[in-house]
Design a protein around this ligand. Structure first.
Ligand code: FMN
Length: 299
């Protein structure tokens, strides 16, 4: 994926730069493209609040400075990394200017992920920067958090820190291959994996794993009794797609067949098996026990 790093440190051989270099090295080793902008070496003014971008030309900033070099890169980026020394308990002023100028395009286009790298003299001075990151980037822009990495005092440039950053960069995966948790379903020799979705029922199930359930094949699904878990009624849907795994109303079900006539039923899909894995489920005996566990690829 394309990663854009906004480095807000003026010291290009400093502590923040070392964090950026290690993270970049790791990400590049995993095949990602990393573009670093040293915003302190660029001519980037603060936002003028002229609202040109919202009233005249959508997404376009009328200030013709070096931010115009960053916009095209961000337009193509899957991930943004903010890197900064802590100045007076916050991000550097130069980085703050670049961040405020994101107001014009507003983002995301392809942007789905973010990370934060912070260097400081003392420990425990990150609340301001972290607040900005969490509220403006994760909350407002809805980006997925790929981690907040900090280094205080002697931690800066330490081999342990740089190794941790290299490893974090190397562990980044493409947006299509997101760090999705999978439900592992084992019955005898058959093991299948179904990516879990973002519903309340899926989160609830994740927290209850591992589990063992047993049930019989009704012809369209394996229906297994499972103690009532939390789910949001509005996330229920009419009908299923073959391969859906549903949890609600006291039942765990693997809906392996019968999609054509399924719209008579309301189900609560939490995960989905692909065709090949669903075919394995269809081959199980009429009575089956399923061991359910969680696969977390990022761990
Ligand atoms: C203007 C200024 C303000 C700073 N404010 C803080 C601060 O509030 N808390 C802190 O722990 N360190 C503070 N520092 C120290 C830097 O955050 C620290 O030295 C950091 O590692 C510098 O990173 P760099 O090498 O990338 O420049 C400040 C440094 C400067 C120059």
């Amino acid at each position: 994926m394309n990663i854009v790093v906004l480095n807000g440190s003026p010291r290009l051989k400093g502590n923040t730069a070392a964090m950026v270099a290690a993270y970049r090295e790791g990400a590049q080793s995993a095949g990602h493209t990393v573009t670093v902008f040293d915003v302190c070496r660029m001519n980037i003014a603060g936002c003028l609040a002229c609202e040109y971008c919202h009233t005249k030309v959508p997404r376009q900033c009328m200030q013709n400075d070096d931010m115009q070099m960053i916009y095209p890169a961000l337009d193509e980026a899957d991930m943004i990394v903010l890197a900064s020394p802590i100045y007076y308990h916050g991000l550097s002023g130069q980085l703050a200017c670049a961040i405020h100028r994101i107001y014009a395009p507003g983002y995301p286009r392809k942007l789905t992920k973010a990370a934060l790298l912070l260097s400081s003299g003392s420990k425990g001075v990150y609340d301001g920067a972290v607040y900005t990151y969490q509220h403006s980037f994760l909350g407002w822009l809805h980006l997925e958090d790929m981690g907040i990495f900090t280094a205080a005092g002697e931690e800066n440039k330490s081999p342990e820190l740089l190794e941790r950053l290299r490893a974090a960069g190397a562990a980044l995966t493409d947006p299509d291959d997101r760090n999705v948790a999978r439900l592992v379903i084992r019955s005898g020799d058959v093991v299948v994996r179904a990516p879990l979705n973002q519903t309340q029922a899926a989160r609830d199930l994740m927290n209850r794993l591992p589990l063992s359930v047993a049930g019989h094949d009704s012809g369209v699904d394996y229906c297994c009794e499972l103690k009532e878990g939390a789910f949001d009624e509005v996330e229920k849907q009419q009908g299923w797609t073959n391969g859906d795994v549903s949890v609600a109303d006291g039942w765990f079900a693997i809906l392996h067949s019968g999609q054509e006539g399924s719209d008579k039923y309301r189900v609560m899909p939490v995960a989905h098996l692909d065709e090949a894995e669903n075919a394995l489920i269809r081959m199980l005996p009429p009575e089956a026990t399923f061991e359910l566990s969680l696969e977390e690829p990022w761990k």
